[in-house]
Each structure stands twice: as structure tokens, then as C-alpha cells.
Design a protein around this ligand. Sequence first.
Ligand SMILES: [Zn+2]
Ligand SMILES: [Zn+2]
Length: 175
Amino acid sequence: MFGNGVTISVEPEINYHLEKLIRESAIVEETNYHQCPYNAYHKISEGKLPVHLPKCQKLYKSDNKKICPYNITHIIDEHELEAHLLTCETRPIYDRYMRSQKLNQNNDVPKFEPLTSKTSWDDEPPVLTYNPQQYCLANPVCRSLKGASRLRRLAFRKFERKRIAAIKARISSEI
Ligand SMILES: [Zn+2]
Ligand SMILES: [Zn+2]
């Protein structure tokens, strides 16, 4: 006998296993669903939370609910927000991401290394000021265009290939 009153006439043993299976699958389903913080009757699967929550937020326009800055699916009562921010399980992930972003930025900054040589710079022969853009333009160094659109990058790469080929041809003709 099932909860909804339907009886399936099968062997008692099979029936037992069927009921057991249905009971167990019901438990699995239950744990995969979240209760909507705006309406306790809404049961939402994890994947649908980011779509469902903003909808209900608009619908119920609740002033005493706040969205966790680390995860938009965390809707917290205003007076509990402070405590939530300290224990939010998404926060370590967010912090790690922010740290990795900072590290990437630092990679672009050249490291300062103090001079160890005792040689006075005045003794060295005069050297022309090094202009990296000029140097790259005149030498077979592959440059790259950062932050440009895909089309511009493609055009730039084509231009670079021609430029480097021309420089290489010139160098081999000079040898
Ligand atoms: Zn809802
Ligand atoms: Zn949170």
C-alpha cells in the first residue's frame, strides 16, 4: 500500500522493495530542495535558487531581508546578517578569489632589486635610453595587444607576423 492509496498487486517481496525504494528516493529528493526564505511553501532545487530568489525578492519586497554580499542565494534576516558574514560558507571561496586577483595584478609590477654592484654609473659608457616599444618594433619580438577586441587582436597578430617576417628577411640579407 502506498501513501496515496494506490495498491499495486505484485509479489509481496517485490512490493516491499518497491515501497522501500520510493521511501528512500523521497528522502533524497527532500534534501536537495531548499525552502524559499520569503515563502515557506516554496521548495526550490539548488540550481533554480539564483532565478527564484530575485523573483520572490521583488514580489515580497521585504525590508528586513538582506542579500549576503558573498552569495546572492543567501537571503538573511537583517539582524542576523552580521553573524552570517562571519560564518558564511561562501566567504572563504570569495576571499581566495580576491587574493588570487590581487596576486595576478602584482605580477605585472616589476620587482625592485637594490643594486649590489659598487661600480659608479658615471664610469660606464653612455647608453641610449631604452624604449621598449621602439625596441620591439625594430626587432623580431612578438608583441601582444592586451584588452583589445577579438577582431583587433586578429588584425594585430596578422600585422605582427608580417613585421617579424620582414625583419627576419632583412637580418638574413645583412648576414
Ligand atoms: Zn519563493
Ligand atoms: Zn553568505
